[in-house]
Design a protein around this ligand. Structure first.
Ligand code: GLA
Length: 742
């Protein structure tokens, strides 16, 4: 809820007001569990007073400046942290932007501030620097339902000469002294979403991605935690940048102002220049505070990203996430019309709902060194084009999806031979390839138009409803007509996707970049799904998925059941464990269906049925994750129809009897019926109780002697915990918890 206290209450929609000088006024945005308080000052940017727990801070009764002592040998009027801190005010911390005009106009201070209420939860603050001739606007919207704050900053050059911008923070946020550490994600191809934890110290914290796309190794996400924060308890301040290019995240310590958190695009020298009258927008920065631990922050982001998803215009529930079959790990480049014809029936029999033809379908593409850029079917493998295969897929009752990698070109392609100048390059420098490919210059309208024409043609002539959109190399030598192109490259890609989505609104898009190299909230307004990793090893995936879910919702997380041994790690797990781990995302199958024995096919089919029975619940529900002692992890999803709980043992137990699993998400005063379900045997139906009313065997071939665990008080489940049967390593159990009364 939006509220501007005292005089600001008069502020009407889009009517700007000037701050009177005689009283203290505040801008308040109120969420369910979080609150924002900014203090308006006579001129200059509003001062940060609070971003954190709701209700703990009454509105300040006086201005910050009237309450703060002046330390010796300091400015006689100390400069506090503002919404847009700038050097020209005497601020010693990080500036919200770096701008100059040929070495001049480099220090900024605002001479006027106007506050505009755009809606009850949405405010725009316009700041004017009349000396440097710079205007800055900041949008702040705190969603009262999910506590996610969306910020964005615009800068306008009102001067008479061009200005050069080296840094433009999407936002500046305060963190309180109890913030002690920051968790972020790193990784690499085949091992994505690795958690990093850094202790906050006086040297600050900085993560800068220079790889040209979101990247595997530094995701634009972070969670700041307090000293006792865990999955379910304690304060979490978390943020993610909606941007698919270079990015910078910083947390600085400033004596007198505390921790200062900023995020924005990473800009190359000279990359962002504004002509007189021109403006530039930062990407959006999504931030949330939760008093309920990492799970609370994750739930807030899931809600916010669901609302931004292209598949949910007007916040409608998403269509069920179809079960995929993807050809990559089963076939790689080795497929043709006959091979696929043999697989289509097998996939449909298993219950697959969308058949995705991955790499290898286009001209000369028998390996990763040729063909990118041409986007016509290979005449040897597919002499009549992809039409006959598409028809068979549709006739078998499945949707048809296709892999493309639009921004890329192999030097060995018709496209490159015709247009070598279409690749990003720096005159006179090498053009190093990665995976034998170069990157097309998406700053050029002719390149975008060419790609639109190619993809539009595929989407218009084939019954396609899905594109897996890949980007398998990082940007180097990213010059376009000698100027840095990183930023414009991202905007060019966004433009192409937006154009295609507008022309083909029924087509869904999956974002992939050598696995999980382009997963961010910017892409997620355009992509319905992401591919987190080529690593299908269930043990790797279990940790990776838990980290992924900290920032992104489960229904966009491609989760495929692969083969054993897993191609990326060489490790093997049972089909039940591979499937049990894949259940918590958007399910797919990625193995050679020709090698599947009939008993395995039957088991796989049961898991697919189980997924179909839980997906509506899972893809709209709230998720909790947790660790139990002795190598057990769990994940739960709550919806209107109860709670789905999955328990995974990752390694052999060290205790003879496994410690209990405490379930912090249940309501203490509620009674729950705890039902074990056997997805692999029952296709998702709850197993009937034994005749004596006891819980049935909890592991198929090891009946439990534990009796009477049918109904529990919530307080027992959260305080005492759920006892586990003896579980071998790399196994999982599924339960449904149904509240049966209080
Ligand atoms: C990347 C993707 C894979 C597959 C290949 C095709 O590596 O992550 O899933 O699509 O490209 O070349």
């Amino acid at each position: 809820m939006f509220e501007i206290v005292y005089a600001l209450i008069e502020c009407c929609l889009n009517r700007s007001i000037k701050m009177p000088s005689h009283r203290t006024e505040f801008i308040c945005l109120n969420g369910r569990h979080s609150q924002i308080i900014l203090e308006c000052v006579e001129s200059g940017a509003p001062v940060w007073r609070h971003w954190g727990e709701a209700g703990v801070h009454p509105l300040p009764d006086a201005s910050l400046s009237s309450q703060r002592p002046v330390p010796p040998f300091s400015l006689d009027e100390p400069v506090p942290l503002t919404l847009v801190p700038t050097f020209g005010t005497g601020w010693f911390g990080p500036s919200a932007f770096h701008l100059h005009r040929d070495g001049k106009d480099w220090a900024h201070a605002f001479t006027a501030c106007h506050v505009h209420q755009l809606s009850p939860d949405h405010v725009r603050i316009d700041l004017i620097d009349d000396i440097a001739k710079i205007d800055v606007s900041v949008w702040l919207r705190l969603d009262p339902d999910d506590d996610v704050l969306t910020m964005k900053t615009r800068i306008v050059n009102r001067g008479e000469a061009k200005c050069d911008i080296g840094w433009l923070a999407a936002g500046t946020l305060p963190l309180p002294p109890e913030a002690v550490s920051v968790q972020s994600l790193s990784g690499r191809y085949g091992n994505e979403c690795l958690p990093e934890q850094d202790r906050l110290g006086r040297a600050g914290w900085r993560r800068e991605n220079r790889r040209g796309l979101t990247s595997h190794d530094i995701l634009p996400v972070a969670s700041v935690t307090g000293p006792t924060t865990d999955f379910s308890n304690g304060p979490v301040w978390s943020a993610q940048l909606a941007w698919s290019g270079n990015h910078v995240q910083t947390i600085d310590w400033n004596d007198g102002a505390g921790w200062v958190w900023q995020a924005g695009e990473g800009l190359a020298p000279g990359e962002l220049q504004l002509e007189p009258g021109a403006s530039a927008d930062s990407p959006e920065w999504l931030a949330t505070f939760s008093p309920h631990g990492l799970n609370g922050a994750a739930q807030n982001f899931h809600s916010a990203l669901r609302k931004r998803s292209p598949g949910r215009p007007d916040h409608k529930p998403a269509a069920p996430r179809l079960v995929h079959y993807n050809t990559w790990e089963g076939l790689y480049f080795d497929h043709d019309e006959d091979t696929l014809a043999g697989l289509i029936g097998k996939a449909a029999d298993l219950g697959v709902e969308r058949f995705v033809l991955d790499d290898g379908w286009f001209r000369a593409r028998n390996g990763d060194n040729v063909g990118l850029g041409d986007w016509v079917a290979d005449p040897t493998k597919y002499p009549s084009g992809l039409g006959p295969i598409a028809d068979k897929i549709i006739a078998a009752g499945m949707a048809f999806g296709l892999w493309v990698e639009p921004e890329m070109v192999n030097p060995d392609s018709e496209l490159y031979r015709a247009h070598p100048d279409w690749a990003l390059n720096l005159a006179g420098r090498d053009r190093p390839t990665a995976r034998n490919q170069l990157v097309l210059d998406m700053t050029r309208q002719d390149v975008i138009d060419y790609l639109f024409e190619r993809l539009n043609n595929l989407l218009g002539t084939l019954p396609l409803s899905y594109l897996k959109w890949d980007h398998n190399r990082e940007l180097t030598h990213a010059g376009a007509f000698e100027r840095p192109a990183f930023r414009r490259q991202v905007h060019g890609t966004y433009q192409l996707i937006d154009r295609l989505r507008a022309a083909h609104p029924h087509v869904e898009i999956e974002s992939c970049a050598a696995g999980g190299g382009r997963i961010d909230a910017g892409m997620l307004t355009r992509a319905d799904r992401v591919w987190p990793s080529d690593n299908l090893d269930a043990l790797s995936r279990l940790e990776m998925q838990s980290q992924f879910l900290q920032f992104f919702p489960p229904e966009i997380m491609g989760a495929h059941i692969g083969t054993a041994p897993a191609h990326v790690t060489g490790r093997s797990q049972s089909l039940a464990f591979r499937a049990g781990v894949a259940m918590f995302g958007h399910l797919g199958i990625e193995l050679d269906l020709r090698s599947l024995a009939s008993d395995q096919a039957a088991e796989l089919k049961s898991w697919i049925n189980f997924y179909k029975s839980i997906r509506t619940h899972l893809h709209a529900g709230q998720i909790w994750r947790g660790h139990a002692p002795d190598n057990v992890v769990w994940q739960a999803s709550a919806g209107d129809d109860g709670i789905l709980l999955a328990i995974y043992r990752t390694r052999p137990g060290e205790a003879r009897i496994a410690p209990v699993v405490r379930l912090p998400f249940v309501q203490a005063d509620m009674t729950y019926r705890v039902v074990h379900i056997h997805p692999e045997a029952t296709a998702g139906k709850a197993v009937n109780e034994n005749e004596d009313g006891r819980h049935p065997a909890v592991w198929p071939d090891r009946p439990s002697r534990d009796a009477g665990w049918r109904e529990y008080r919530g307080a027992v489940l959260s305080g005492h915990g759920l006892a586990l049967p003896l579980l071998p390593a790399e196994t999982c159990l599924f339960f449904r918890l149904v509240p049966v009364g209080s």
